[in-house]
Design a protein around this ligand. Structure first.
Ligand SMILES: Nc1ncnc2c1ncn2[C@@H]1O[C@H](COP(=O)(O)OP(=O)(O)OP(=O)(O)O)[C@@H](O)[C@H]1O
Length: 262
């Protein structure tokens, strides 16, 4: 078997693609995150949860290199990225979803995805490329819209979409980068139940072929969607495991509800 066919054969098997060991971030004398070890697996949805101020956003910023860790090591598919700049990390396949502001409101849904697709393919700088390259781009854009369920809205202005649909479009533009590891920061925040179901199904679908790490406050979605949960409190890992395990942990109950009682 060649290397490529081995890779394909195991493509839906969980394996560690992103790992952090002993990461720490100090802001002046204040330690926002410390001693954090994480293993994020291919084909798995991993939740990072915790009360306000627990350090979730800081961990995201450390993993995507928007912040430089004070200590610790981060590996992406075995490669040490601890000192790698964020744009290079994104090109290596670790992509963070942007907020709605990353969607161009006055472009159509289709054109938003086309613009996103031009980034990895560099088509934006290659006006002389044959029409066939543009056909490929259009086909891929339509495929992505089909995957996220936005085909019917393809010609609408992004500005005219509902909040939930804008988040779906934003995830589609992130997927255009074909990430190996997708980091989603509260992807369901502010959504009604209908959109939550759509986006949760989308996350489940895209995680079949990549790793997803998400910060999420909606615990019923975490219970339903996530294979593994890491609970942060005051910058440190309080508990980890599947949802069943962490939700039964008395320390987690106290952190969330101030009581051990169910
Ligand atoms: N740039 C910074 N300078 C100083 N302190 C910071 C900075 N960024 C974050 N902090 C502090 O680090 C701690 C962790 O913040 P962080 O935003 O990572 O928490 P969080 O779990 O994402 O919280 P939330 O759920 O409220 O978004 C907080 O006490 C916060 O005030």
């Amino acid at each position: 078997m060649t290397q490529v066919s081995v890779e394909r054969a195991v493509s839906s098997e969980p394996r560690v693609v992103l790992s952090a060991r002993g990461i720490r971030k100090d802001f002046g004398g204040f330690s926002a995150v410390r001693n954090v070890d994480l293993d994020v697996h291919h084909a798995r949805v991993h939740a990072l949860i915790g009360p306000n101020g627990a350090g979730k956003t800081t961990v995201f910023n450390l993993l995507t290199k928007f912040l430089q860790p004070t200590a610790g090591t981060i590996l992406l598919m075995g490669q040490d990225i601890t000192r790698t700049p964020p744009d290079k990390v994104a090109r290596l396949g670790l992509v963070r979803s942007f907020q709605i502001s990353a969607v161009f409101p006055h472009l159509s849904v289709l054109d938003n995805v086309r613009v996103a697709l031009q980034r990895p393919n560099n088509l934006a700088h290659q006006f002389w490329r044959p029409v066939s390259a543009l056909d490929t781009l259009n086909r891929r854009a339509d495929e992505l819209l089909g995957l996220v369920g936005l085909t019917k809205e393809r010609d609408r202005l992004a500005a005219d979409l509902s909040y939930g649909r804008k988040r779906v479009l934003e995830i589609a533009t992130t997927l255009a980068l074909d990430p190996k590891v997708l980091l989603l920061d509260e992807p369901l925040a502010g959504m009604g139940q209908e959109d939550i179901t759509v986006v949760a199904n989308l996350i489940r679908e895209v995680a079949k072929t990549r790793a997803v790490l998400m910060v999420e406050h909606n615990l019923s979605v975490v219970a339903d969607l996530c294979h593994f949960v890491t609970v942060l409190q005051r910058g440190e890992i309080l508990a980890e495991g599947d949802y069943e395990t962490v939700s039964r942990d008395p320390r987690v109950r106290i952190a969330y509800m101030g009581t051990e009682e169910a």
